[in-house]
Design a protein around this ligand. Structure first.
Ligand code: HBI
Ligand code: FE
Length: 297
């Protein structure tokens, strides 16, 4: 990683942090008024969008946490509510941490959250997860017992996938669930992924745009599907119920890696005859971008 943080360091190549587990003090008292103001802007924009878009578990988690527009949340106060609920804790890190460090935290029910907040000129996009993405996007779902178990299992599974050399396949599962997942509810499709819940533009795009595909979640299929880290997704995968993650947390991935490694990977916008298609996207968003620039795949 070479994205500078506000401290002028670059995560990953900034040298070893003081703590072996890469945690740092949140230093809540040191946030400036301008930093709290960035939080307020982001928080208010998302809270206006999420009713009718975020799933019930997200809304409930948000309601129960000490989070509001006024200030960047204090992790100690979050943990006082989160830890008794699901056994999870939020710990501060400088930004992206190495995979094995990340997985070890998750396997122990510690969620590493960026300590810093994006600058006012980065409201809509930044590469590294900051406190708004990590806390606003992820922590409400960590209040949900099913998601709590699933992310812990991902941490343990990540360490195993690394040793088996198949982390790419497991990372796709995380991406299309924890970060960009949709779920069916009585009122229609809802978002639960933190990458979309914390994004002003994508929280609308993922549900309202005619462009992306919305496909039934199928594990072996998702494990083969590459994803975009630099733009809206071309496909979203839809769970029938959040409880489907319980079964996923119990899957033995080792044989699946072997079987799936035999099959070709899929492009982010591919649709298969075997897919359950909720909505077939017309792809207009990415088509325009592909013809108007050289960016894209
Ligand atoms: N570090 N802080 C942080 N947050 C992440 O989401 C994260 C990370 N390091 C590695 C990582 N994610 C991913 O590459 C793995 O989930 C595969
Ligand atoms: Fe995230």
């Amino acid at each position: 990683m070479n994205t500078p943080t506000k401290h002028g360091l670059a995560a990953g190549d900034a040298g070893r942090p003081t703590n072996a587990d890469w945690t740092v003090p949140q230093g809540w008292a040191r946030y400036t008024a301008q930093e709290h103001a960035v939080w307020r802007t982001l928080y208010q924009r998302q809270m206006a969008l999420l009713p009718g878009r975020a799933c019930e578990a997200f809304v409930q988690g948000m309601r129960d946490l000490p989070m509001d527009a006024e200030q960047i949340p204090d992790f100690e106060r979050l943990n006082a509510v989160l830890q008794p609920r699901t056994g999870w804790q939020v710990v501060a890190v400088p930004g992206l941490v190495p995979d094995d460090v990340f997985f070890t935290h998750l396997a122990n029910r510690r969620f590493p959250a960026g300590q810093f907040i994006r600058r006012p000129d980065q409201l809509d996009y930044l590469e590294e997860p900051d406190v708004f993405h990590d806390v606003f996007g992820h922590v409400p779902m960590l209040m949900n017992p099913v998601m709590a178990d699933f992310i812990q299992a991902y941490g343990a599974g990540g360490l195993r996938a690394q040793s088996l050399g198949h982390l790419d396949m497991l990372a796709r599962v995380y991406w299309y669930t924890v970060e960009f997942g949709l779920v069916r509810e009585a009122g229609g499709l809802r978002l639960y992924g933190a990458g979309i819940a914390s994004s002003y533009t994508e929280s609308v795009f993922c549900l309202d745009s005619p462009s992306p595909h919305r496909l039934g979640f199928e594990l072996a299929r998702v494990m083969r599907t590459r994803y975009r880290i630099d733009d809206f997704q071309e496909s979203y995968f839809v769970l029938d119920h959040l409880d489907d993650l319980l079964r996923l947390a119990q899957v033995d991935f080792a044989p699946l890696y072997e079987a799936t490694a035999e099959l070709p990977t899929l492009a982010p916008g591919d649709v298969l005859a075997s897919d359950r298609v909720w909505q077939r996207g017309d792809g207009r968003y990415h088509t325009v971008r592909r013809t108007s620039s050289t960016i894209g795949t």
